[in-house]
Design a protein around this ligand. Structure first.
Ligand code: PLP
Length: 392
């Protein structure tokens, strides 16, 4: 029997993939399942992006590229950050990687070790806590508050910092809550961080272009963080490109060579055709992406009041992403029990809040990346289950 390293027992997972597998198994048995569990746009990649990927293959881009990503793509990322946030970033600080997750993993591996502490949002994207444990560091949960629209409180976060803190992870707009952090809250956080110059910050802004109310605030707009901010972003959500595996990090100059070395040790480079597709995404027409975000806004306007009308459920209006995170305490079910009954009895796949950390108990994540008719049918089935009626 091969002997695993002890480290392997520390690694968690993302239960969205388990729910996806179970929903698939039920579908193969002939059940009609509405999938509100999956965290990806229900839109295809826009055709001009697909065409650029196809053309790259036809043009012979079959070999390795430079490890950090082709220069035109890194230049396009820098131009896009200027368009979106008015900031000037050198392409030399952009590291193109296979998906948003890779920047996260690299940042956590770079700072995590036994004795170190890493602060992460809870409920939050499950890979943060999993990778922190894997690195040997101690995960310190930063609570997000329903009554603050699932933002953190800057004072509370600053109070979690100790001399052992190496990295602080923030995520706005957030998975699983859809919560956004206001500029005022970020101002207070950044001001307080001046007292803790040893703490690096990773800002996961992968949903940054999916906001419905106040404009997105990027931590990259704070010059005082420039030497310790790692910006995580990518193409997966904005351009419906989850399967292409394409993302990027913007790293401080001093950290960049370390991140690049991790890339060379890990994946060499991102597949060439995906990089050309990503270039077309950033330089081509923006309408397809804008239409998609418009559709999410319309669905949010439907789903949030509909969830609030269910017995025992209340739901804050999420400021971004494509998730609602209803409080289900009034139903009398635990998160996991409701996830399971909704899937097995009502044929609606959702994710228990506890999949996103201990502070997710009492909540359910609903991805509204589904058509309005599918959302209406899901709501009607949820209503039947929660009202104790037969599910038709
Ligand atoms: C908050 C957050 N960060 C990062 C990612 C990872 O994105 P990618 O699929 O590009 O690795 C996700 C994906 O669901 C996410 O929700």
């Amino acid at each position: 029997m091969p002997i695993l390293s002890a480290r392997m027992s520390l690694l968690g997972t993302e239960s969205a993939f388990e729910v996806l597998a179970r929903a698939g198994a039920l579908q193969r048995q002939g059940r009609n399942i509405i999938n509100l569990g999956i965290g990806q746009p229900d839109f295809p990649t826009p055709p001009h992006i697909v065409e650029a990927g196809r053309k790259a293959l036809a043009d012979g881009h079959h070999g390795y590229t430079v490890a950090n990503g082709i220069l035109p793509l890194r230049e396009a990322v820098a131009a896009d950050l200027h368009r979106r946030h008015g900031i000037t970033v050198s392409p030399e600080r952009v590291l193109v990687v296979p998906g948003g997750k890779v920047t996260m993993f690299f940042a956590i591996m770079m700072f995590g070790e036994a004795g170190a502490e890493i602060i992460y949002p809870n409920p939050g994207f499950p890979i943060y806590e999993s990778a922190i444990r894997f690195s040997g560091a101690t995960p310190i949960a930063m609570p997000l508050h329903e009554e603050k629209g699932f933002s953190f409180s800057a004072d509370e976060v600053l109070g979690l910092i100790t001399p052992r803190t190496r990295l602080l992870i923030v995520n706005s707009p957030a998975n699983p809550t859809g919560g956004t952090v206001s500029r005022g809250e970020f101002d207070r956080l950044v001001a307080g961080l001046a007292r803790h110059p040893q703490v690096a910050v990773m800002s996961d802004e992968i949903y940054g272009e999916m906001v419905y109310g106040a404009a997105h605030t990027s931590l990259a707009t704070y010059p005082e963080l420039a030497d310790r901010l790692i910006l995580l972003d990518g193409w997966s959500k904005t351009y419906a490109m989850t399967g292409w595996r394409l993302g990027y990090g913007v790293w401080p100059e001093a950290l960049y060579p370390h991140a690049e070395r991790l890339a060379i040790n890990c994946h060499s480079c991102v597949n060439a055709a995906a990089q050309y597709a990503g270039l077309a995404a950033l330089t081509g027409p923006r309408e397809p992406s804008q239409r998609m975000v418009g559709a999410f806004a319309e669905r949010r306007a439907y789903i949030v009041p509909a969830l609030n009308a269910l017995p025992g459920v209340r739901c804050v209006n999420p400021g971004g992403a494509f998730y609602a995170f209803p409080n289900i305490r009034g139903t009398g079910f635990s998160s996991l029990a409701l996830q399971s009954r909704l899937l097995e009895e009502a044929g609606v796949a959702t994710i228990a809040g506890t999949s996103f950390g201990a502070f997710g108990e009492g909540y359910l994540r609903i991805s509204y990346a589904a058509s309005l008719p599918a959302l209406a049918e899901a709501i009607s089935r949820m209503d039947a289950l929660l009202s104790g009626r037969n599910i038709g």
